[in-house]
Design a protein around this ligand. Structure first.
Ligand code: PEP
Ligand code: MN
Length: 341
């Protein structure tokens, strides 16, 4: 059961509501976000919701069967939209393209990528400065110094930044320079990190853990929301399956499924999803047709020289084609299906 509390609810009213919830055998968990106050109530007893719903101070009450109730569409039918400012809005009405290198490598690379993205009218740039690498000997990112360079050029050109945060102590360091915090697949169930990201007022793009089920993925999102941050983007990036021909198995099933289960925007990362440059565009288009609200694409002027993930990175020519097709198909999809897609 999920209860939305009125803004002007008094302490006495809140106490009365809390007691009523406990009396029907439920445990209320208070959740306060930037603009809303909820009680996420856990329990299984059947009771007449009017006994609680009519109490003063309650804005709305919903029976939500999903255990990840805050991120569930059972109570919030409307899609969550995320406003990044300056007219950059993540919503199903405008397909979002996020592109950039796997890793921020140097200032020249940042400048070239920023000017390419500006020319292409791409408003959000990705780039890792803390890199989770399978081998400790691989390039592990430029750290905060790299983020400052990244920020300097994006800021000057009206481009928003998304970058991966790997541990709690990095949140504060990164905060002034990012518009979206990315949680990578390896940290998707780092609950301490998720708790802390729930306390910031910037959006979080949460990647699916490479071995997370849908329910575990949604639980990770629930961690962020229940700590107070409603601005979450779910991102399917492929899971570990038995197939070894490609890097991961991009679970396209997850896209329409998550769109239906949750009110949160759903993105797809086909670069990591398949891990092979030649097929990234196809999978990006497929994810769009499956209902993704946006894609994350790894791009580089010279992918063969990239410090990480070059094999799955599009060059600027390939990226130009992919952006053009994605935009065209977005138009076609909107014309054919209206808002039902
Ligand atoms: C990345 O986006 O560069 C990355 C490391 O992604 P993932 O966490 O999906 O592997
Ligand atoms: Mn990468």
């Amino acid at each position: 059961m999920l209860i939305q509390i009125k803004e002007n609810c008094t302490a006495e009213n809140l106490e009365q509501i809390t007691n009523a919830i406990k009396n029907v055998g439920y445990k209320p968990n208070a959740v306060k976000t930037l603009n809303n106050h909820y009680l996420a109530c856990v329990g299984t007893n059947k009771f007449d919701i009017r006994s609680i719903g009519n109490l003063p101070g309650i804005k709305d009450i919903h029976i939500v069967e999903d255990s990840n109730m805050l991120v569930s569409r059972q109570w919030r039918v409307k899609d969550t939209e995320i406003d990044l400012g300056d007219g950059v809005i993540i919503s199903r009405n405008n397909f979002t393209i996020v592109a950039g290198p796997c890793s921020i490598e140097n200032e020249e690379q940042v400048m070239k990528t920023v000017s390419f993205l500006k020319e292409q009218n791409v408003k959000i740039m990705r780039g890792g400065i803390f890199k989770p690498r399978s081998s400790p000997y691989s390039f592990r990112g430029l750290g905060i110094g790299g983020l400052k360079i990244f920020h300097k050029h994006c800021n000057a050109n009206g481009i928003k930044i998304i970058s991966e945060v790997m541990q709690v102590s990095q949140i504060e360091q990164m905060y002034p320079y990012v518009d979206i915090f990315q949680v990578g697949t390896r940290n998707s169930q780092n609950f301490n990190l998720l708790d802390e990201l729930g306390k910031v007022d910037k959006p979080v793009l949460l990647k699916r853990g490479m071995s997370s089920t849908i329910s575990e993925f949604l639980s990770s999102a629930e961690y962020i929301f229940s700590n107070g941050n409603e601005k979450i983007i779910l991102c399917e990036r492929g899971i570990r399956a038995f197939e070894k021909e490609y890097r991961n198995t991009l679970d396209l099933n997850a896209i329409p499924y998550l769109k239906e289960k949750s009110h949160l925007p759903v993105f797809c990362d086909p670069s990591h999803g398949i891990g092979i440059r030649d097929y990234v565009e196809s999978m990006a288009l497929a994810s769009q047709m499956a209902g993704a609200d946006g894609v994350l694409l790894e791009i580089h002027e010279t992918p063969e020289k990239a410090a990480s993930d070059g094999q799955q990175t599009l060059n600027f020519f390939e990226a130009t084609n992919a952006f053009m097709k994605l935009r065209l198909m977005d138009q076609v999809k909107k014309k054919m299906l209206g808002n039902a897609c």
